[in-house]
Design a protein. Sequence first.
Length: 338
Amino acid sequence: MNSRSSIAAGSALAVVLVVALTAPPAASGQAAESEAEAWSPTLLADGQPDITGMWNNSDAIFTPLEMPEELAGRDDVTAAELAERARARAEGRIEAFEWRGHENSRGVGGYGIHWFDWFWDDPVASDAPALIVEPASGRVPERTARARELIALNLAQLHDTYANMESGDRCISRGVLGMMMPTEYNNGTLILQPPGYVVIHSEMIHNARIIPIEGSPHLDSAIRQWEGDPRGRWEGNTLVIESTNFRAVRNMRGATAGTRSRQTEGQRIVERITIDGPDLLRYSVRVDDPDTYSAPWTAAFPIKRDDGYVQFEYACHEGNYSVPNALGGARREEAEGR
């Protein structure tokens, strides 16, 4: 696993990137956006609505990415049900990460438990049963036949060479989804707004996305980047960010920590960040990658202001044993004929 220093490094020196997402198509999303337009945020000198500060999407980890099968087709899910599901989800994570019976274990232990103390007793229920809001099924569309073939090939060859390993394990990038989607820890997002730009600095790997909003065109199509080439615009109180020019990546973190995917040059991501009051943003992300998915899909969740949060240093390369240990273990298995 990637090591981290315990020294807080939430300084404004970190440049931050803003991610824009598409608004959820559901009527509830439209109502939320309508209410947000009634809010009048402070405007900065360049005319941007002010969303500068520290934000956190940690509450959204209690909502599964995809619609649970037992809730499929239901439109009568109550707040009490969602609260109970959030509590059960939190307890399940506690049990998974407590590393019970470790005295007889050969494993490395419960890495995540050190980061979960903040929600043990008070899991936050979402106002939706899943993060996926498009398609209506609440599930990520099926991958194309070619994508399934290539992902299977990558898993089979995962530890043949460092280049096949997930880009986050290599401390390069988790991609846009890995930066913006809720995860078990490091959910602090610092937003800065120098004139003509929105910068979102993700605590995870300390990626910084610098988003021009003055209307400049995208980079030449020959220039490809790990997190794409973002261009933003304000539509009232909603920041819309369109990202193209993605670098093709064989193995990149998917929408959740437990998923891996591929990133193609044909991918297009549209994000929307809607101001819903002084301390709440509504975030959505629409992924359109026809080489990977049979249809586009959209996820949405709230992001809350958290002025008391301090980003921790993500010292990924410092003492990162993931790559040499994984490759060394694979060579050992080969030598033993396993």
